[in-house]
Design a protein around this ligand. Sequence first.
Ligand code: PFF
Length: 448
Amino acid sequence: MAVASTNDRGSWNSKLGFILAAAGSAVGLGNIWGFPTKVATEGGAAYLVVYLICTFLIGFPVMVAELSIGRKARKNPVGAFKALSSNKFFPLVGLWGVICGVMILSFYTVIAGWAFGFAFEEIFYYFGWMDAANWLTDTGNGPKNALIASVFMLGTIKIITGGVSDGIEKATKTMMPLLIGIMVIMIGYVLTQPGASEGVREYLLPDFSKINTTLIFSAMGQAFFSLSLGMGALITYGSYLNKKENIPQAAALVTIADVGIAFLAGLLILPAMYVAKNAGIEIFVGDQLASSTDLVFQILPALFHSIGGAIGLILGVVFFLLLSIAALTSTISLLEVPVSFVIDEYRVKRKKAAWSVGLGVLVVSIIVAFNTSLIGTFDYIFNNLGLPIGGLMTCIFITYVWKTDSAITEMEFGFAGIRQTIFVKVWPFFIRVICPAAILYNIIRNFV
Ligand code: PFF
């Protein structure tokens, strides 16, 4: 077996590069598809408020924890837990994270493939090539799903083979500004269309009577998935982080970027739905809004088609490219977790690790592509349950094994005065009490 050189681990070239890569991991289908459609179907602005609270109070402290573990250990999630204690259980937690990453990636690429396919569907529709357009809109078509998911996975593997700074950092540095630019332009257009204001009201005027435990737990799960927590993605990204970087500050920037883009996505999708309603497109089934898949993969294409002409074409293509770019910056981090595990633990060179792991995951993706009902099952096991379990274990590891004080010592690199700030009192309390209690309650509820 080839021996991995120290260069195979790699490191970020700049702070901005790290922030954009970590924000790229965070910003994905969860923000642009998941968040707005959950806001729409689960409580409007009330959901937004609860989501913000969960992100900053539960998600942010766990992100700081994962980054500290990663930077201290300079290893993948399994190696990191091994390096920081002699406890035999916690490396299994790291391994669970790697498994969750692989399984989430397997269905994530299929959904990303749908989005990518719809960008072409808009073009085919414009030219009247209806057979090709209809082929792409059929989300249950196994061979089509497998083909596009494969293209998506190959693109992800190619970027990962480039390494941390020349692959991941370079790619995300180009894609993230593009993503924000596209969103702002689209929001500008949608908000000027008839019907948009009804969507804006639905999104921004909270009706607090809609808050109940179901909404709170949905928002908490969404926050975990959206911040890419609980499966070691940020342990891995933290392991490439320079000692001179300020971890709490970097985590705050990534959290703000993630929330900011989710907020913008809401400002795009909710008004767009009501613009569609205004144009005579059915967005309700009975008195319920259409399901999240239908909202993005049926109602929005119908809206772009009804706008028609060059504007409809451009909006449609650009929107689905936006979704594809967001998904790609996330699949990169999902694949990097198992790849870094193979590089570190089995001393395999990066290229070989990326191709073998990537193609292995692709086999699972192809199975999902032909059996799309697996998406719900995998999502429940590896996202709804898997990520909170990983997050809870991370809190327990820091509290009882590695200790919050060791984490604070690690954070002193890059944040010299940290012990004089309130952070050293508040963060450990959250990691010891608030986050585990909230997460545990969420897990139990999910089981029940
Ligand atoms: N944060 C991504 C999203 O919101 O779509 C999904 C994700 C990426 C989850 C990477 C976990 C992860 F490690």
